[in-house]
Design a protein around this ligand. Structure first.
Ligand code: ADP
Length: 374
């Protein structure tokens, strides 16, 4: 009662101040040259500097400068050239010298002539979340590595049993062993996907662009998939715009993405249908489409399709096996290459997955790991 009457007595300005000064995110207002005009008290929790110390300095002058020049260039490009909101994660340094991870959202404030007059930024300390994420990725990586060796040993023994190396088997025993072998293969594929995910999520993945003839590249992958296509009595069509030349791409990542999309098109198409792979030259981008006339994705589940472990109901009904990690990996692989992925789908009519890659090629990224776990 007392609080309500207090708030009723406050004017809009005071309410606004009360909210900004007590919010648990750091809020900064700067002029167009990034000089800090206002910062809320949370700054002291996040950076160790008081508002008095920060006001008058350039945003980040006291705690920034930890990331690469390239990173800040990108950030200022979004803010100054595109005049858009920049959202990102970056590392900063506190007053006591310790590093912390922050999630930032910076927006330019435009005047009526669309000129930047201020910047307003929100910064949140996400060091703990980052650390938990790192531990989770490390755990998945360790567990998957530990599982690989026994599964590989099982595979070896099961294959020896099946091929009669330990003597001829009775048909029913052989059938059972084949079932165990299929389950073992499924486990190997799950463990490999988990390892690929931990590699992607660790941020240590190498992106090594190599000049590649995309026409040959797509044709080769499609040919490699032919046995799977004919096994299901499917037909396939590959159309590559002959104008397309060489481009700098990471072949390992690109192969991973295209192979996965074609495998899904095969898996979710009824026998006898057609699969089309198309590569188009569109303005500044190359666009690759993988189209099928299969089961499609139910509309109400389409927004979940790139989530880890997600499988749509109709896919689960059709094929029990599958781990829902393939598309999550494909999306990450495309994004690591600076591309974009999307799809159109109608249930029982078919699905077209597409991704776009810039003609300029992709940026090199130093790293120790590759996506393939072989
Ligand atoms: P998985 O195929 O192992 O289930 P993915 O991550 O590759 O895992 O795909 C996730 C889900 O997306 C699938 O379970 C299915 O519901 C849907 N999906 C992917 N590709 C297709 C496709 N071509 N047609 C219909 N559904 C698809």
């Amino acid at each position: 009662m007392e609080i309500t009457s207090q708030i009723n007595n406050l004017d809009r300005h005071n309410l606004f101040q009360l909210a900004i000064e007590n919010i648990s995110d750091q809020i900064i207002l700067t002029d167009k040259d990034a000089k800090i005009l206002y910062v809320n008290p949370e700054i002291e929790h996040v950076t160790g500097y008081t508002p008095e110390e920060a006001i008058g300095t350039r945003a980040g002058e006291l705690w920034g400068g930890v990331m690469s020049t390239e990173f800040y260039k990108e950030m200022w490009k979004v803010l100054l050239e595109y005049k858009s909101t920049y959202t990102g994660k970056l590392q900063n340094r506190k007053k006591d010298g310790t590093l912390y991870w922050a999630e930032v959202k910076i927006s330019p404030v435009l005047d009526k002539h669309k000129r930047i007059s201020y910047f307003v930024g929100i910064e949140r300390d996400i060091t703990v979340i980052k650390e938990i994420d790192r531990m989770k990725t490390e755990f998945i990586s360790l567990a998957s590595h530990q599982l690989r060796t026994p599964l590989a040993a099982n595979k070896w023994l099961l294959e020896m049993l099946i091929s009669g190396d330990f003597g001829e088997l009775k048909q029913e025993i052989r059938n059972e062993i084949e079932t165990i072998n299929t389950t073992n293969e499924r486990m190997i594929s799950l463990v490999n996907s988990l390892l690929s995910i931990s590699r992607l999520e660790s941020g240590k993945l190498m992106v090594e662009p190599v000049e590649t003839n995309l026409i040959e590249f797509i044709n080769n992958i499609s040919n490699e998939m032919l046995p799977k296509i004919t096994e299901k009595n499917l037909s396939s069509e590959v159309f590559v715009d002959p104008k397309i030349g060489n481009v700098y791409v990471d072949p390992d990542l690109l192969r991973h993405a295209i192979t996965n999309l074609i495998s899904n098109a095969i898996k979710y198409s009824p026998d006898g249908e057609k699969i089309q792979v198309k590569l188009e030259d569109k303005d500044n981008e190359y666009v690759c489409y993988v189209k099928d006339n299969g089961i499609g994705i139910p509309k109400e589940q389409q927004n979940q399709i790139f989530k880890k472990f997600f499988r749509a109901n109709n896919a689960v009904e059709l094929i029990g096996e599958g781990n829902g990690l393939g598309l999550y990996l494909v999306k990450h692989a495309i994004e690591v290459m600076g591309g974009v992925i999307g799809f159109e789908s109608e249930e029982n009519k078919g699905t077209t997955f597409w991704f776009k890659l810039s003609k300029k090629g992709m940026k090199r990224h130093e790293g120790k790991l590759t996506i393939s776990t072989a």
